[in-house]
Each structure stands twice: as C-alpha cells, then as structure tokens.
Design a protein around this ligand. Structure first.
Ligand code: SF4
Length: 238
C-alpha cells in the first residue's frame, strides 16, 4: 500500500488538518510576521525571479535578477539576445547553460503565443485559467505557476516548495515521501481559505532558519508542541 493511502487510513481527516493549519498559520505569523521575501508584483518579473532561484540561495540569485532586470529592460530585449551572451552573463550564478536556454525559450514562446513579452494579461483571467496558461510555458511546473499566481496575481493558492514539503511532512500534515504533485492536491483538500500567502511565506522562513534540511533546531521551534517530527534525519527527495 502506498504511503499516501496509509496516511489517509490513519485518519488525517480534513477537519483535523484544517484546524492544525489555522493554528500553525497563527503561531508562525506571531513568530515570523510574514516578511517580504523579495517576490515581485509583475508576473513576468516574478516568473524569471523564480526560475533564477532554483537550487540557489537568495543571497546569490537576488543580485543576478536585479542585474538582468536592468540590462534587459524591457524583457523584449531577450528576444534578440544571443543565447551564448546570456550564458556568459549567468555563468557566475551556476547552471548557466540551462538557465539561459530556459529564459530564451520562455520569452520566445511568450512572443509566439501572445505577440508580446508580458504576462500582464493573466490579471484578467481566473486563477484556474491563468494556472493552465502558465503550465503551458516550457520549464514552468505546478509550484512555479502557483508562486506567480499567489505572489504577483494575489490568488489564494498554496505553492508547495521544498521547505513547505519538509515542514508539513514533519508536522504530520503530509505523508512521508509525498511527491510535490500529490502534496499540492492533498493541501488543496484541507487548507482553509485566506491563509495561503501567510502560511507559505512563514513556512519558507521556518524551513530556512529552524526546520532545516537534515538537523532541525527542534529545541527552538515555536510549533514543537504539535510536531510529530516525522522523517527527521531523513533526506527528502523532491
Ligand atoms: S519540532 Fe523540529 S521537526 Fe518539527 S517543525 Fe519544529 S523544527 Fe521542524
């Protein structure tokens, strides 16, 4: 039997999970106060920002985003930029070839499908329609699409990133070894309305500073009283 099925049978009822999420959101808000993580109001800025952030700490990708934003303003400039030039630009950040190819494909696809390099039109769509469009873009998966929807377009939708997955699993709100795809559908099933943004941001802060990857700082944790510490000491694959 798969771990998600076992987990369901153990009685993780939607009502219990809902109540625990409300409690968790409140305690994390009191401790971390939902800080600004540098995300951006423009959906294309945010998408490029997220693509640069993959597998990279914030102190490295933030300056690169700002540099690119200044040099390729407006983003249409990337249409005529040589991929090798962009690779050189991104080399100090790492994964340069991969990132430059992804950026080029993204702007090319946007231009081919909409006639411009802009995602502002997503503001006129429903959350689901905007999500579906974002998922058609090369290199954009469920978590990235949800980040754009939540951070830039203000929708009440919860992105499960590595930090959220790890902390929610340890707290017993997700089953062990849960995939990101499964995590999104489980969380959608019980998360109370109106807390996606605060809970996501504060879980990221908590995951970066306290409930860290291999050895979490449980003695300093504000939510320890209700944590099962599931999988602590086990590396979670995403
Ligand atoms: S008690 Fe430990 S494992 Fe649980 S959320 Fe806090 S830091 Fe993470």
């Amino acid at each position: 039997m798969r771990s998600t099925e076992v987990w369901s049978r153990l009685g993780r009822s939607s009502k219990r999970c809902k109540e625990k999420c409300l409690w968790l959101d409140q305690v994390l808000q009191e401790n971390y106060r939902t800080p600004d993580l540098g995300n951006l109001p423009d959906p294309l800025d945010e998408l490029i920002f997220i693509l640069l952030s993959k597998k990279t700490p914030p102190n490295r990708y933030l300056p690169f985003f700002l540099k690119l934003k200044t040099e390729y303003n407006p983003w249409e400039k990337l249409l005529s930029t040589d991929c090798n030039e962009l690779t050189e630009e991104l080399r100090p950040l790492g994964l340069a070839k991969q990132r430059s190819a992804q950026l080029k494909k993204l702007v090319d696809q946007l231009f081919e499908t909409t006639g411009c390099v802009d995602l502002g039109f997503l503001r006129d769509l429903t959350c689901e329609a905007a999500r579906k469009y974002l998922l058609t873009l090369r290199g954009v998966g469920e978590k990235t699409a949800r980040c754009v929807l939540m951070y830039s377009l203000g929708h009440d939708i919860f992105p499960v990133d590595t930090h959220c997955l790890r902390v929610l699993t340890r707290l017993g709100l997700l089953p062990p070894k849960c995939s990101l795809a499964k995590a999104h559908s489980l969380v959608d099933g019980y998360l109370p309305k109106g807390i996606s943004h605060s809970l996501h941001v504060n879980l990221v802060v908590h995951g970066r500073g306290c409930c860290t990857g291999y050895i979490p700082l449980c003695e300093e944790c504000p939510v320890m009283s209700r944590c099962n510490r599931n999988g602590v000491g086990v590396r979670i694959q995403t």
